[in-house]
Design a protein around this ligand. Sequence first.
Ligand code: SF4
Length: 300
Amino acid sequence: MPPIDHFLNRRNNVRLSPSAITLYQSCQRKFYYVYIKKAELKPRPALVRGSISHKVLESFFDYVNLVDLKEGDWEKLRKDFRKVLFTLLESEWKLIGSEYPDCFASEREKGELLEETKRFLDFYSAKLAYSVTDKLCELNKNSEWFEDDLKRFFYPKDRELRIDLAELNFSGVIDKTMSLFGKGIAIVDYKTSRCSLPHFIPEDHIKQGKAYAYLWKQHFNELPKHVSFYYMRTGESVYYPISEADVEEIQADIDEIRSKDTDSISDFPKNVTKMCGYCDFKGLCFKGGKVPNGNTIESN
Ligand code: SF4
């Protein structure tokens, strides 16, 4: 628990999460609309695809048998992994329109996104199959710990783990955690979004990762060793080592948000960037004026 003085300057008890902290960092005005005014964001195809991909990766491990892993046949593992992933993807994709909003501009766009997602998952199956085969070369099959070590290497410690810090009104869902063979745990965050540079973690992803580490530390009183971001598009895993300073940074963010008057919009300034052109709230922020992407918003 944070010290008592963290609660003394509270002016609000807005429900917070790692996504809320990230949004606050990117634009406080948008945070105000979404988390205080509870304005709904328009569903977007990329977000629907992101939710489906997360669900597929969460369920995948239920369908992989340890016996098959032990065989260590790379080609076979890859085929089996791909089959499971594609089957899960197709059944989840059918839920668009019921469980997931159908916000695609056309059937063509929807089909293209499905094919692209299959490519991501195909790459994931190859990468995972190779990493298992490689690990098997290192493990001693005659050791009494062989199965345990293989399990620990392959299967997540947690999947879609929800942590609720009731006193802080802060909660979040961690995609996956992995045990680091007696050296703590790693938090894994799947990303389907584009990354501007190779082997690079954008600032907002790092902030979100720190917020997951904060949740973990508050709940288990243990610092995760690192947060690893898996970029599905490129198959890259990039990790960020976590320190106490990162957790303190998130505590400072929470304290700052809690010190704001939620009845005063001016407590949440706009952050005007070219991204405003894509924001659901540009009509409110630039009424009668020009949005940074060049469009003019009508006064009425
Ligand atoms: S339009 Fe720009 S300033 Fe306004 S809420 Fe969106 S991102 Fe923030």
